[in-house]
Design a protein around this ligand. Structure first.
Ligand code: ZN
Length: 244
């Protein structure tokens, strides 16, 4: 455990251009182990390729809401039409075996003392959003390990619990003090929404107790082209350049 270097990545959302750039950076950073916070598919145009890459990593993966919608028989009538169109399209791109793989993903997982969940541990199947420390409080009641990684908002962030109080800390390279709990949002590989279009993921080194937030430029134009060529809503291509 001490010599491991973890890459924690999620919200890839079928963006293969971003994912390949991130995996290249992981190799350069000496990553030994991968953890995935879910939402491998949805929004962008390469769900099959992204699933293949993630499965090749042979790592723990948890269920994101898009993984869930694509692989369940969920009625999409209540969805906004753009989201529903992409989910329908994605279902057609994947094999039955791939749909079954997604359907069987766990909603949360603890591996080597680290918890992974797409949204929150108080209701992993509810896919609630955490944007502030108050929303993180309910989660912390159910976080039994010192460290938990999540995604879902596509905005990197640190939540800290110490002496019963919960704090929100802006994403920054951070040495984890002993005796506190951390709930860390790793941001999004394939559709960042914090105003910065660069791909986001986290490197965690247990030996140094360091969490590092990585941001990487990738070929946004190539990803946009794939979205448009697939006939997906143009807004999904536009937002990649804006980081929204
Ligand atoms: Zn997502």
């Amino acid at each position: 455990m001490a010599d491991r270097v973890f890459a924690v990545l999620g919200d890839i959302h079928a963006n293969i251009d971003a994912l390949e750039r991130v995996l290249e950076d992981c190799r350069a950073q000496g990553v030994t182990d991968y953890l995935c916070t879910g939402d491998v598919v949805g929004y962008n145009a390469r769900p099959h390729e992204c699933l293949q890459k993630i499965r090749e990593l042979n790592c723990p993966v948890v269920m994101g809401n898009h993984d869930h919608y694509v692989s369940s028989r969920q009625n999409l009538a209540d969805f906004n039409p753009h989201a529903a169109a992409v989910i329908e399209w994605t279902r057609k791109q994947l094999s039955v075996e791939e749909i079954m793989y997604l359907r069987n993903l766990p909603f949360s997982k603890t591996s080597m003392g680290i918890t992974l969940v797409h949204s929150t541990m108080d209701n992993p199947e509810g896919f609630g959003y955490v944007f502030d420390h108050l929303q993180a409080e309910a989660h912390f009641v159910h976080q039994v390990t010192p460290l938990c990684f999540h995604g879902h908002t596509h905005c990197p962030m640190i939540y800290e619990k110490q002496m019963g109080a919960v704090y929100r800390i802006d994403a920054q390279d951070f040495k984890l003090p002993v005796g506190r709990k951390y709930f860390i949002n790793v941001g999004s590989v394939g559709q960042p929404r914090d105003g910065d279009p660069r791909s986001a993921y986290v490197i965690y080194s247990p030996k140094e107790r360091m969490v590092r937030f990585r941001r990487l430029e990738y070929d946004v134009a190539a990803a946009q082209k794939k979205v448009l060529e697939a006939g997906l809503p143009p807004r999904l291509a536009e937002r990649l350049a804006l980081g929204q």
